[in-house]
Design a protein around this ligand. Sequence first.
Ligand code: G6P
Length: 609
Amino acid sequence: MCGIVGAISQRDVGKLLLEGLKRLEYRGYDSAGISMINHQGQLCRLRTQGRVAKLLESFEKNPIAGTLGISHTRWATHGIPHERNAHPHQSGDDIAVVHNGIVENFETLRDQLFQSGYIFHSETDTETIAHLMHCEFQKTDDFLKAAKNVAGQLKGAFALGIINVKDPDRLIAVRCGSPLVVGIGIEENFLASDPIALVGVTQQFIFLEDGDIADVKRDKITIYDKHGKEITRDIHISELTYDSASLGEYRHFMLKEIFEQPEALRTTLGCSLNENDVSPDAFGVESKACLEKTSHVTIVACGTSHHAAMIARYWIEELAHIPCQVEIASEFRYRHVIVQPNTLFVTISQSGETADTLAALRLAKEMDYLGALTICNVPASSLVRESDFAFITRAGVEVGVASTKAFTTQLLGLLLLAVTLARSTIDKKQRAKLIQLLRELPDEIDEVLKLSERIRELADLFANKQHALFLGRGLQYPVALEGALKLKEISYIHAEGYPAGELKHGPLALVDKNMPVIAVAPSNDLLEKLKSNLQEVRARGGQLIVFADTQSGIKNGDDIITIEMPKVDNLIAPIVYTVPLQLLSYYVALIKGTDVDHPRNLAKSVTVE
Ligand code: G6P
């Protein structure tokens, strides 16, 4: 949700700032910009509406040479995607600011600055920060002090990178709620929203904490905490590589990432199992006592991760006989929560930076939870750093905005959590059987991926459709929700997921020949019930597409298309049945001609509330 890069060096940093932006495009892609102080000591800025590639083209035509600069890729919060709203924002010809987050009191500040004679050229909250910086610098004649004064006046969540022609040997960084790291080089230092922006430039990072202000010079980094006290923060060595983030033979990252799922699951399993059981360290070396004491679970997440939580609830209650409550993070944080004794608090997140999930964790830490566990794909993320324990999903870098391999590895982590919590409800033999089932899971996914061409043909059916309905029951109900979310995210077709039994309480009114109804129907205890629900759709002329195994007895017909799935155990079926729905969304999006990896209005890492 907006990507920031900054650099101060002895070499020209333009290319580096733009290269970093390309890698941060998952955070926003409606406009981009760069500001540098050139060798003549002037502030030079280039901004373009649209993707980073357009900014690169513009930079090729109008190159800037300089050793200090900031760059930004935007996901609009205030003001439409337009060059005038693109960052960096400037105050006069002196100060430039890049910003990720939302300044909640910007209207009050803007009015005050307007009264003092400042002219505004954009509709953004960020321009207020630039003018406020200018105003404070006029008063103090001290860049760092001015930044501290500004940070003290801003309300909301934000990360800032600021440069000033009047003090051209420093880059100021401010973190309050939105992620920001300082990259350490040799006689050069950097700034970024995510270390991935600086892969190949440095491997050493300092993760700023909330309230931190960093004074970044070429040869020195000084950090002040929220009380203004100089502080030393740990240096982390990153093992990130960017190889995984190249497309290879694939047309889109989403397709590549769908096909990477067997490998991602294998790697995650490899890090979490011992011979016949879940490794005691899978959830962190110190998690054992906490998990043994757990008698309730609360899971909080957003988007696709929330669907993973909904599936986990079935597993935890069925296997461990432990009550499990699931909630959307943005709702959890504004509710009067009653905490049951010995409740484990779990967050799920592919990015580890989602603002609402992070805020929910911080709130939970002030309450009486037994401990906080996160299931996350980014080891150095805020959620992992702030939780007591972590299960790291080994999906690798996920670039496509629509989450695929991160989701299925989250599900694997959650199933392992359920098995771990089921210490007294399933015996050793049953556990070993379950573990064997999990070991076979990647091969089952490989089988499903062979259906890709068949699903591609099916996608034609959606070419002129405006709506779609996804149905499932039990463990497959959240799978239906996830199928609907995927379709709407990337093809812009309005789609809804429903528990099939609920069909007659409303959505049936929508069913006609123009409404494709997709059902996930593995043969299980609820299959006969589901079949009755499907009859209700047929009777009303709906076009049914059913993913089912041979044992289900559901046959192809005029008004029903059946895609034959492998017969798998009910427990792992949600993971297996997720994959064809991902493929279906992908191929429908291809037909619709949308920007699959960067769907409109969305971002991969949502660091604003
Ligand atoms: C965004 C992404 C979704 C993701 C959601 C939650 O909306 O586009 O794919 O499910 O955020 O993100 P998280 O990183 O917390 O899983």
